[in-house]
Design a protein around this ligand. Structure first.
Ligand code: IPE
Ligand code: IPE
Ligand code: MG
Length: 246
């Protein structure tokens, strides 16, 4: 990507949707769609790191996805375990730091262990942070933050009057990372599906029809071009921004 780095989104978040429809269109089982989706994810992670994006967050499994048929849920869990086993070395060699967000206590123990190992192994890397959302819901995230804050208040470590946006942000799963500048949703659906509700407040949103298994570096570049073309006003007027020279 030939964009000057200062115009690039620092943080890109992606709702990777359309694996099942891609599989159906190719006469395959849904699981084959998820496997094909892993290939897209790998290529997009490499392209994002190459482009100088600092944080990439991928939505892999939502709190609502537990409602899918047991077979599909189980095969997805097995796929996550397998992919982690296979990909962590390459991610580590590429200087990528892995971080998982979501209700990890709901996940199979073996997967929880792989996730913790991958995080520990890559903790010192700084080229790009790859956040993978598994068993994640935006409402779950707000709730877990509020619960931890309530515990601190009960323990006398925090006064209710001290609770402000910054305190809540520090308890959200993406604490310490810039909020997503750009949200991409593939697969032609125009909704947020309980992704990062707190953090998406001012994200630019790019919806595309491409099914996730067909999304690659070119489509990422197109989304980044869309982002670069937007004027981010954060509530101000366009005239104000011209004066500021933003
Ligand atoms: C996204 O693809 C992957 C997950 C939610 C795990 P889908 O599985 O939702 O694919 P479609 O929407 O049925 O095509
Ligand atoms: C959103 O996709 C969740 C992930 C991509 C992991 P879904 O396919 O589950 O979303 P809905 O059900 O169509 O809203
Ligand atoms: Mg879907």
């Amino acid at each position: 990507m030939d964009k000057p780095k200062e115009h690039l989104p620092k943080h890109v978040a992606i709702i990777m949707d359309g694996n099942g429809r891609w599989a159906s269109a190719h006469g395959k089982a849904r699981h084959a769609g998820h496997r094909a989706g892993v290939r897209s994810a790998r290529a997009v992670v490499e392209a994002a790191a190459e482009a100088g994006i600092e944080v990439l967050t991928l939505f892999a499994f939502s709190s609502e996805n537990w409602s899918r048929p047991t077979d599909e849920v189980n095969s997805l869990m097995r796929l996550f375990v397998e992919v982690l086993q296979r990909e962590v070395d390459a991610l580590h060699d590429n200087g990528i730091q892995l971080r998982f967000i979501g209700a990890r206590d709901q996940l199979p123990t073996i997967l929880q262990k792989r996730m913790a190992d991958a995080e520990a192994r890559t903790a010192g890397n700084s080229r790009m942070t790859l956040v993978v959302a598994i068993a994640y819901g935006g409402r779950w995230d707000v709730l877990q933050a509020v619960r931890r804050i309530a515990q601190k208040i009960e323990a006398g470590e925090l006064q209710p009057a001290e609770l402000d946006e910054a305190v809540l942000s520090r308890h959200m799963s993406l604490a310490g990372l810039p909020p997503p500048d750009l949200l991409i949703r593939t697969g032609g659906e125009y909704r947020v599906s309980n992704f990062l509700l707190w953090d998406l407040t001012y994200s630019e949103i790019h919806f595309c029809e491409t099914l996730w298994p067909e999304f690659g570096p070119e489509q990422l570049e197109e989304a980044v071009r869309f982002f670069v073309s937007r004027q981010r006003r954060f509530g101000r007027t366009a005239a104000q921004l011209e004066v500021i020279g933003d």
